[in-house]
Design a protein around this ligand. Structure first.
Ligand code: GLU
Length: 480
């Protein structure tokens, strides 16, 4: 039987990093086994589901490189299927109509609480007579459909991550609602646990790989598989992603959606690589950089941890910098241009392309995240201010002679390259000015600071943009 797995996000928010990581594990498992990875959008919650979130999920998965083989399948288009299966359970006597009102359920829970018991539905409408039902209908009550859960059942499965997991029926909260309230005789919208099972049966899903937060749903779903006489798939509950304090990563931690990571300037390759390491380790643990396709060759649940995976920004930053440092320059330039444009830097992306590529070449080795290039770009796109240290440098004796000579050399015709720049510096040292002083004064004049990227390359780039000469002239006015 070929492996069929699915990712089943609810479009009630942007693609969450946890869901994306679940997507990564599903994808790796499917690709490892030459199986199918299916995308299902769980949009039965009409109030909270939105098309823009669906779009964000599809875009995020595509950006990461998690190609799906089937779907997206939308649960909202399959309501009839869920109703058919609900009817089947009603016909089998395994499900029934419950007419309890919200107030009655609340009262039930209050009493349980007062008695120190865990809140649960007490199955009070499990055996209503047709007359009792008719009376409730006459009162205008709309019933939900509940599926019977026997307290004395023990439900157990072999989880690919957590080994044997066992639950008692008594701990599942009583008979569970599988369909929302609807006018008597009809069946309302399905609830999560039921729709998932119907879909997973219908789509012939063989392995359910999802976050550990769903573990409490699994025993209920297993009972539904049994009731619907379907083969129970294999489950793998993956560890949660934790924040630095060891708590589940949540909105309070700031960045949680994939699009936020994207905006922060992480590359999809680095993020996918990092997410793979969130809970899984490759057989050769010294080899931490890989593509999804490489990881898929080695992926198995034997190497997935049970313990939660702490989100490690340093590691993600390190990986991202590695990818950026090695990225082909045309691609890096494509990625940087929008950041420079968003910063308001003025340039013609087509006519200045060769210059922009040189800028990307200069910045590449220092980038951790893409927006770092905005700050680095400042001195190439905007006027500079000469800081205190740089001013002091310009006032060192010898500085003026150096800058003057440099300006003289620059006024001569010919191409200005890195080699020309080196020769110019040599020529100045021949006047008896120390090379270190020439370099520092040049840096102060050209960049307004004593720290920054490679001086010779920066100089050439500034020259090409017509900025070198005016800056040297201006600095000369301050120099001694
Ligand atoms: N729709 C569920 C969620 O977004 C996933 C359900 C599942 O994987 O079974 O968490």
């Amino acid at each position: 039987m070929s492996v069929r797995v699915r990712l089943a996000p609810s479009p009630t928010g942007n693609l969450h990093i946890g869901t994306a990581r679940t997507g990564v594990f599903n994808w790796l498992f499917a690709r490892h086994h030459g199986g199918q990875f299916i995308l299902r959008i769980e949009d039965t919650d009409e109030e909270r589901s939105r098309p823009e979130f669906t779009q964000n999920i599809l875009d995020g998965l595509t950006w990461l490189g998690l190609s799906w083989d089937e779907g997206p399948v939308f649960q909202s288009q399959r309501i009839d299927l869920y109703k058919k299966f609900t009817q089947q359970l009603l016909d089998q006597g395994l499900a029934y109509r419950c007419y309890c009102t919200a107030a009655e359920l609340e009262e039930m829970r209050d009493i349980q609480k007062a008695q120190g018991k865990a809140p649960r539905y007490d199955n009070r409408h499990r055996h209503l007579t047709p007359e009792q039902q008719a009376a409730f209908e006459a009162e205008g009550r709309h019933p939900v459909i509940r599926f019977q859960i026997e307290d004395d059942r023990e439900i157990s499965w072999h989880d690919l991550v957590r080994d044997r997991v066992t639950w008692r029926g008594a701990d599942l909260g009583g008979d569970m609602v599988i369909a929302r309230a609807a006018i008597g005789g009809t069946i309302g919208q399905p609830l999560y646990n039921f729709a998932v099972v119907v879909d997973d049966i219908d789509m012939q899903i063989t392995h359910i790989i999802r976050g550990e937060d769903h573990i409490g749903n699994t025993p209920k779903q297993i009972l539904l598989y049994e009731a619907l006489q379907a083969t129970i798939p294999t489950f793998a509950h993956t560890p949660l992603i934790l924040n630095e304090e060891g708590k589940k990563l949540s909105k309070r931690d700031g960045v949680t959606s994939l699009s936020e990571f994207q905006q922060m300037g992480y590359t999809p390759e680095a993020l996918a690589n990092y997410m793979t390491l969130l809970g899984w380790s490759p057989p050769d643990s010294t080899h931490e950089r890989f593509t999804l396709t490489e990881a898929a060759q080695e992926f198995s649940f034997d190497r997935v941890n049970k313990a939660g995976a702490k989100f490690d920004w340093d590691k993600l930053n390190w990986l991202n910098s590695q990818y950026l440092h090695e990225m082909p320059i045309p691609h890096l330039t494509d990625l940087l241009i929008p950041y420079w444009q968003a910063a308001g830097y003025e340039f013609d992306p087509i006519a200045s392309r060769p210059w922009l590529e040189q800028l990307a070449t200069l910045f590449g080795p220092s980038l951790v995240r893409l927006p770092d290039a905005v700050e680095m770009g400042q001195l190439f796109f905007r006027d500079i201010e000469i800081d205190g240290e740089a001013k002091a440098q310009l006032q060192q004796s010898g500085s003026a002679i150096a800058l003057q000579k440099i300006l003289e050399i620059l006024s001569q015709p010919g191409d200005f390259t890195e080699a020309t720049a080196q020769t110019a510096v040599q020529d100045v040292t021949k006047l008896g000015v120390k090379k270190g002083l020439v370099m520092r004064s040049l840096r102060a004049a050209l960049t307004g600071s004593l720290q920054g990227p490679d001086l010779m390359q920066s100089w050439v780039l500034l020259h090409q943009r017509g900025l070198a000469q005016p800056r040297l002239e201006e600095a000369l006015l301050l120099a001694q």
